[in-house]
Design a protein around this ligand. Structure first.
Ligand code: AMP
Ligand code: ZN
Length: 703
């Protein structure tokens, strides 16, 4: 249908339009429509967009503006005359009770002022107008129908009028109630709109698992969510752990088939009601605003906070609160006139792939990393992006010199969405994956079931350095003051070959090194000394045994009195532990079979490093009848009345389980002085009870 040269032409013309949007004339309307149609075709039919969503929106706006000024020039096949489609032939097509429309986009305060002017014109309202401002969730929209209080259907947006029936998958989403009491308000049948989403942190987990398994990665949480809704097997849909925020009631009817939306006066009232009967509704980052200036301020503030928000959002949605005014505004075939999206800054950009370097990891895995022409993505400059593994490079056909599309979604690490082969010139050349280790030149190997090439040389200089970095890291031996730069320096001076060398570092010489003073040397010495008393799970984790993570290290530490006893452990002893599979078990057995590793551990012991199980290695038995039983707790910031360890012990005595990260699983956060990002994150989650130190003590004492 289209060839490569037309695409090049479309991209060039589009860029020219974007450079001078005001100079696009009505003569250029046919070209503009043609190129928008082309980009839609690439996006929807080919699933292979060649411009960013942001640029597409801006081009679309130019078309809208010209058509608004010259309505006589609108053609029935203009891209403005329809909404996007995601219909698939694998599901049954169903018709929505009311169309699922798009939203108009705004980018600044001026656009918002224009929006208010238009609302006033449409409604004749001269007094104050109240708006509800909500996050614009960047997931996949769904339409839910309840009849007699029972969820009877869930569908995708599709082309806006018809969508795919995905009811079995919808029923796996815990935040969508299967029963909700609408009859209390005299509602017999209702259609709700919502957005299915994956939490950003869980999205990263999924991609990590997929990278390990050599599966293609998702570019962003939206794709992962959209894919989840369309799984053929609901069990697989459930594994995506989707959440759904419901943000609109679009249709309601009573027993006699009469409109029942008039049971409510305000959009905010509907949301409150939906929340009361069991739905997740936009709550954090949502606000009822009394003026359009307040709306604009709130949108800008929210953009600052977007990274802290646990879900991906690409803007805010502003809705006129009064349902009566909404009715007066009405709809176009494309969007409601009473709502407006406020778009945040782009997180996608194009850049150029300058070079690829190959990093060696602590167990020898080779990771290709792209060096790109620095670009700003949502306020962060990105110049380096992981390419994961050879398969990733091959499947995306990425070459050095290529124009590439880069995306940074939320906290999610930057990702190369695609290369743009149609823009290649002669200077572009393929990425050659090395056959030998860039550090020690040993031929690389690839083991069955692994996606990564590995350097098999245990004594590879870069592997030694990476292992050292891991050994001293926070979750392993936790040696403060020793980071990558110190390790590289000490290694270069020939002081570090293996972990035990850390315990015989020549401190007389360190003091005299450039960049080291008496004080930092003393601090480092203290930190090294303290690490000798660590519980053994930290040591086990620090050894960089392939696949041995923190959790498994703790489970093993809880079952072994003395680290060297592991010499005699059988594969069954390991695999009897629920989380440990045969591959990991073999890796640990291999490690303890090697005499040099036993020597290493003995040497560590001779320097005073603890190899015996400690109280901290044992799982805590929590009382089941304490005031905090069944709850999880996290302390952050500086506590004034006691040490953090003491507070944690108190919490355990009261039955709470201490956990280390803010997530959906956290019940209570105790925020001390100068609490930082954890407090912010917990607030953004909205589900965490936040206490100060005194409130925590009161709570325990009362009981
Ligand atoms: P667009 O597709 O960019 O025109 O925007 C319309 C889409 O925004 C809807 O189909 C919804 O999927 C999505 N959306 C996300 N959050 C909201 C919200 N709070 N209110 C309305 N629509 C939303
Ligand atoms: Zn090597």
């Amino acid at each position: 249908m289209y060839d490569a040269s037309t695409q090049k032409e479309f991209i060039r013309t589009g860029n020219a339009f974007l450079q001078h949007p005001d100079q696009v004339t009505t003569e250029q309307l046919p070209v503009l429509r043609k190129l928008l149609r082309y980009h839609e075709w690439k996006y929807y039919a080919k699933d292979d967009p060649v411009i960013s969503d942001y640029d597409y929106d801006r081009l679309y706006k130019i078309l809208e503006r010209l058509e608004a000024a010259h309505p006589e020039l609108i053609t029935p096949d203009s891209p403005t005359q329809r909404v996007g489609s995601d219909l698939s032939s694998d599901f049954q097509t169903v018709t929505h009770l009311s169309p699922m429309l798009s939203l108009e986009n705004s980018y600044n305060a001026e656009d918002l002022n224009d929006f208010e002017k238009q609302v006033r014109k449409l409604t004749g309202e001269e007094g104050p107008i109240t708006y509800v401002v909500e996050p614009k969730f960047d997931g996949s929209s769904v339409a839910l129908i309840y009849e007699n209080n029972i969820l009877v259907r869930g569908a995708t947006r599709g082309n806006g009028h018809q969508g795919d029936d995905i009811t079995p998958n919808i029923k796996t989403i815990p935040t969508i109630p299967l029963f909700a009491d609408f009859s209390e308000r005299g509602i017999h049948r209702v259609e709700l709109r919502g957005e299915a989403l994956i939490r950003k942190d869980y999205f990263e987990t999924i991609n990590k698992q997929r990278a390990k398994a050599g599966l293609p990665l998702f570019a962003n949480p939206r794709n992962a969510a959209a894919g989840g809704l369309r799984m053929k097997d609901p069990k697989e849909a459930a594994q995506r752990k989707l959440d759904t925020f419901v943000y609109q009631m679009t249709f309601a009817e009573d027993d006699n088939g009469q409109d029942a939306t008039n049971k409510f006066e305000f959009h905010s009232e509907i949301l409150q009601y939906l929340n009361k009967i069991g739905f997740l509704v936009p709550h954090n980052l949502s606000k009822v605003c009394r003026t359009i200036e307040e709306v604009s301020d709130f949108c800008q503030q929210s953009e600052q906070k977007r990274e802290e928000y646990p879900y991906e959002i690409d803007g805010m949605v502003i809705k006129v609160d009064s349902l009566e005014l909404q009715k007066k505004c009405g709809l176009t075939s494309h969007h409601p006139r009473w709502a407006m999206a406020y778009k945040f800054k782009a997180k996608q950009a194009t850049s150029v792939l300058l070079d690829v370097i190959f990093q060696v990891g602590k167990v020898g895995a080779i990771t290709p990393v792209a060096k790109i022409k620095p670009v700003e993505l949502a306020g962060v400059t990105v110049s380096s992006v992981s390419l994961h593994n050879e398969e990733f490079i091959r499947s995306k056909d990425i070459r050095i010199g290529d124009q590439i599309v880069v995306e940074r979604a939320g906290d999610v690490i930057p990702y190369i969405v695609k290369s743009l082969p149609e823009l290649r010139d002669k200077s572009v050349h393929p990425i050659v994956f090395p056959t030998v280790c860039p550090s020690c030149h040993t031929p690389l190997v690839k083991e069955e079931g692994e996606a990564a090439w590995r350097c098999p040389n245990y004594h590879c200089p870069e592997q030694i350095i990476q292992r050292m970095i891991h050994f001293v890291s926070k979750n392993a031996m936790n040696i403060d003051g020793m980071g990558e730069s110190q390790i590289r320096k000490f290694y270069g001076l020939g002081w570090l070959h293996n972990f035990d060398d850390i315990y015989r570092l020549p401190f007389d010489k360190i003091q005299k090194l450039e960049g080291f003073g008496q004080r930092s040397a003393d601090n480092l010495k203290k930190a090294i000394l303290a690490s000798k008393n660590n519980p053994i799970h930290r040591l086990l984790y620090g050894l960089s045994i392939h696949h041995l993570g923190r959790k498994a290290s703790k489970l093993i530490a809880a079952q072994v009195k003395y680290v060297l006893d592991l010499k005699d452990w059988t594969i069954e002893q390991y695999t009897n532990i629920k989380e440990i599979g045969p591959i990991l078990a073999e890796n640990i057995i291999d490690f303890f079979k090697k005499p040099e590793n036993i020597e290493l551990l003995k040497s560590l012991e001779s320097y005073g490093v603890n190899l015996h199980q400690t109280a901290e290695d044992l799982p805590v038995e929590l009382p089941t009848d304490g005031p905090l039983s069944g709850k999880t707790i996290l302390f952050t910031g500086t506590l004034m009345q006691m040490k953090r360890k003491e507070a944690q012990a108190l919490a355990e005595k009261a039955g709470a389980k201490n956990i280390s990260a803010v997530s959906k699983n956290l019940n209570i956060l105790v925020a001390g002085e100068k609490a930082g990002s954890k407090l912010k994150k917990a607030k953004a989650l909205g589900t965490v009870e936040i206490l100060n130190e005194q409130e925590f003590l009161d709570l325990i004492e009362k009981a």
